[in-house]
Design a protein around this ligand. Structure first.
Ligand SMILES: [Zn+2]
Length: 155
């Protein structure tokens, strides 16, 4: 019978203004009064608040009038965040390149460039730099660490 307001009902999702996030976001309708949403829950910040109509605000600080900002800056930011330091790739390369036997790491052992190290915490790694006088820079799967060792063997 009633078809005009069929789209809005309790439990349905709609885009309206979030008073906490200060922008238009998807909300779940919690209660209806007179065919209009009364209380809504923001799907982003999970706060329940009174229904506010859309303001056309897409980002905090942006104004509804004259704002032609698109999603482009956000996409760029996300792409940058995903581009993490490829330590793992470098680690894999060096581990494959080295044909030294795997040695247990110990601070009183001495290690050489290219030595393969097994560390109780960091796992397998490769010595990629000797730091004078008694430190070695080792590339592990997740991180590059500078660890102490006995130093270069004296001849
Ligand atoms: Zn919110």
């Amino acid at each position: 019978m009633n078809t005009s307001s069929a789209a809005l009902s309790v439990g349905k999702e709609m885009v309206c203004y979030c008073t906490r996030c200060k922008m238009d976001l998807g909300h779940t309708i919690m209660s209806m009064v007179g065919g209009m949403p009364s209380r809504v829950i923001c799907r982003t910040c999970k706060s329940e608040h009174n229904y506010k109509p859309k303001k056309g605000v897409k980002e905090p600080g942006a104004t509804a009038t004259g704002s032609t900002r698109t999603a482009a800056p956000r996409v760029a930011r996300e792409a940058k965040a995903e581009k993490t330091v490829p330590v793992e790739l470098e680690w894999m390369k060096q581990l494959n390149a080295s044909n030294r036997p795997m040695r247990e790491y110990a601070a009183n052992e001495s290690f050489l460039l290219g030595d393969r190290i097994k560390h109780p915490t960091f796992g397998e790694g490769v010595v990629q730099r000797l730091v004078h006088p008694n430190k070695v820079e080792i590339i592990f799967r997740m991180d590059i660490k500078v660890l102490i060792h006995a130093g270069a063997p004296k001849n």
